[in-house]
Design a protein around this ligand. Structure first.
Ligand SMILES: [Zn+2]
Length: 86
């Protein structure tokens, strides 16, 4: 009984947390968690949390982010090519 309960729980977690393409676009108002620069990369964590990084720190931590994040959204290019409207 216990084993089947655990499997049911695992399947439920997997089906509800991994949804590629659900990360919101990075807003110019959002800031890098490390240095406070304008964020360009959003990493969505399995627990539903998010990490924000500037392009510099996003690339610096890219390997670790890919290991832990369910989704990584890189809006660096979008932000760079968007005309800087304040
Ligand atoms: Zn940074």
């Amino acid at each position: 009984m216990e084993a089947s309960d655990r499997f049911g729980c695992l399947i439920d977690v997997m089906s509800t947390t991994i949804k590629p393409g659900t990360a919101s676009p990075v807003s110019p108002a959002e800031r890098c968690d490390r240095c406070g620069a304008r964020a360009a990369i959003r990493a969505v964590l399995p627990g539903g949390g998010e990490l924000l990084f500037c392009a510099h720190h996003g690339r610096l931590h890219a390997k670790q982010l890919r290991a832990v994040a369910t989704e990584i959204r890189d809006d660096a290019q979008v932000l760079e090519t968007t005309p800087g409207s304040a």
